[in-house]
Design a protein around this ligand. Structure first.
Ligand code: FES
Length: 571
């Protein structure tokens, strides 16, 4: 089949002159336009995204690989999304970035792409955009930071931010200690080094087969990360030649492998939304029920924060994701024949993977925690579903009935949670509304509400919390998330009042508001839908078109793919 790039660079007319001549301004010789595969290196480098700060170097290694394999590499920037700075939440822009990626690939003379991904949302954004074009693509993750080191102990991104800020609020540590910890926690290039969303998504890349073996865990500053980037550069040229498009990799089987891998690593709940959104781009039917079903008999094998105690650096030295996938494969929990971008099946990649430390990566026979697949809840509070991550939750609260303490917005929560007069005890259920896709907007990571200081001081460490929000992958606790439909779309969550009884039963997959239908109808009649946060621009587009959490929170008109057609000439 004729390569796309030939329809730019292979032209012998005025258009060919235009397409080639301007490219030559930085010294590209004529022979680069001889029809060799043109590989886009999609870079999310940005000084506003600290986790991706080393991506210029990473791109250079991909380029070297592409050149070695006889390809023509062209690096290009796309919108980058950083969790730490971007307000109101990076998730608001995931779909926007995916549009940037999709249109940048399709509108340019590219035959395949290498996607440089790192901070949480950059991975799904780039994969979703590339999937809607469906050319060959390989994702290269930037890799985790080195372990945080504070006063002789390891500290992890996010996880210890939550615990130390609660210790500060409870008066157990000083502000000086907190500042010192800030400097100790993030001390190298790379993304969060807990099994948070970035590490989870890097693991999903590997488990889906869209990344090279080892992608999940090699530290960002380990030379082997650069070797992986170079290998990906070589390999993408081959994928273009053999026409292995992304949709040949992203099959239903690949997604089921990823779901099981997510359970086995104690991965982030954010993967649920991102994988559903990605699957829908390539036309694979993936639902919340698939998450519950495929993950049901899977145990957590990785002793990593936030579920356990180690960090990604330890995970890599212990064998990384290949060692986990091998355990799954040996226990009939992998589709072994799923194809991966290195040309081998997933099983071929991992069947001989060694484990060097059984305190970091447990065996399936003696798992770190049992039955840790994401549990999908239903009931009158969440007819379209809600989720809970059992590996991060308190077993004693998995069946619980309590009195609702309601916060209408996150500002309402912040305004009242420290009040010693707040009528709350450890048996209550904290309810947060209006933090879903439309409500926030962007479905912020605020579902793991900090506990009231008066209960922290009493030694309470966990309570049942429910919301339509997401939760940081580095967070933990008995937290029900992604309630669908969300409050801002008129879900039952909008109708919960202080003092209502709420019942959770994870075993039975139930979440119920114990209020009569009649009373709920009365409340619904008084409910007013919220207005769009802005009347113009991307926020308005997002508010009007975003789908609910159980559908992946994509924009309705972005679901599916348009393929890699070559647009008409530009002059
Ligand atoms: Fe970027 Fe955690 S803040 S990965």
């Amino acid at each position: 089949m004729k390569k796309r790039s030939v329809q730019w660079f292979g032209r012998q007319d005025i258009y060919g002159f235009i397409y080639r001549s301007w490219m030559k301004n930085r010294g590209i010789p004529q022979d680069q336009f001889d029809g060799r595969p043109v590989i886009g290196i999609c870079n999310t480098y940005s000084e506003l995204v600290p986790c991706n700060s080393h991506f210029r170097t990473l791109a250079d290694h991909v380029k070297a690989g592409v050149l070695e394999a006889g390809g023509f590499p062209l690096e290009f920037p796309v919108m980058s999304l950083g969790e730490t700075l971007l307000r109101p939440t990076a998730m608001l822009y995931r779909n926007l970035a995916s549009m940037d990626v999709e249109e940048s690939i399709r509108g340019n003379p590219l035959d395949g792409t290498v996607l440089l991904v790192g901070c949480d949302k950059t991975t799904p954004a780039l994969l979703m955009g590339a999937a809607s074009v469906d050319l060959p693509a390989i994702a290269v993750s930037g890799g985790p930071m080195l372990s945080g080191k504070y006063r002789g102990t390891d500290i992890g991104s996010g996880t210890n931010v939550w615990s130390m800020s609660e210790e500060l609020r409870a008066g157990k540590i000083s502000l000086e200690e907190l500042h010192e910890a800030e400097s100790c926690m993030h001390r190298s290039h790379g993304h969060c080094m807990t099994m948070g969303t970035a590490s989870t998504m890097a693991s999903m890349v590997e488990a889906l087969g869209v990344g090279m073996p080892g992608n999940a865990a090699i530290p960002a500053v380990d030379a082997r990360r650069n070797v992986l980037a170079r290998a990906a550069g070589r390999r993408i040229v081959e994928l273009v030649k053999t026409q292995v498009n992304l949709s040949k990799i992203l099959t239903k089987e690949a997604f089921e492998n990823a779901i099981r891998a997510c359970a086995a690593i104690g991965g982030s709940t954010n993967a649920v939304i991102h994988l559903i959104a990605l699957a829908r781009r390539v036309g694979v039917e993936l639902t919340l029920d698939d998450w519950d079903r495929a993950g049901r008999d899977v145990h957590c094998l990785a002793n990593l924060m936030p579920s356990g105690k180690y960090l990604m650096e330890d995970f890599y030295y212990a064998g990384g994701l290949p060692a986990v996938l091998r355990e799954l494969g040996e226990n009939r929990l992998l589709h072994r024949d799923a194809l991966t971008v290195n040309g081998q099946t997933l099983w071929d990649n991992v069947k001989a993977a060694p484990c060097h430390n059984r305190d970091v990566i447990f065996s399936f026979d003696k798992p770190f925690k049992e039955n840790t697949g994401i549990s999908v809840l239903r009931g009158n509070l969440c007819p379209d579903g809600a989720i809970i991550k059992p590996s991060a939750a308190n077993p004693a609260l998995m069946k619980h009935r309590g009195r609702a303490v309601v916060f209408e917005t996150i500002e309402d929560f912040h305004g009242r949670i420290d009040d010693p007069q707040l009528d709350i005890d450890e048996t209550c259920v904290m309810v947060l509304k209006n933090c879903g896709p439309r409500g926030y907007p962007g479905m912020a990571e605020v579902g793991n509400m900090p506990l009231p200081p008066k209960l922290l001081k009493k030694g309470v460490t966990d309570m049942l919390r429910i919301s339509d929000a997401r939760m940081s992958g580095t967070a933990y606790g008995t937290v029900v998330l992604h309630i669908s439909p969300e409050a801002a779309s008129g879900g039952t969550l909008a109708l919960v009042e202080n003092g209502d009884l709420i019942e959770l039963d994870v075993e039975r997959r139930k979440l119920e508001l114990l209020v009569s239908e009649k009373e709920l109808s009365r409340r619904k009649a008084k409910w007013q839908p919220p207005k769009a946060p802005l009347e113009r621009g991307y926020w308005k587009l997002y508010f009007d078109h975003v789908l609910q959490a159980h559908q992946g929170a994509d924009l309705d008109f972005l679901v599916g793919k348009s393929g890699a057609f070559v647009p008409r000439d530009n002059h």
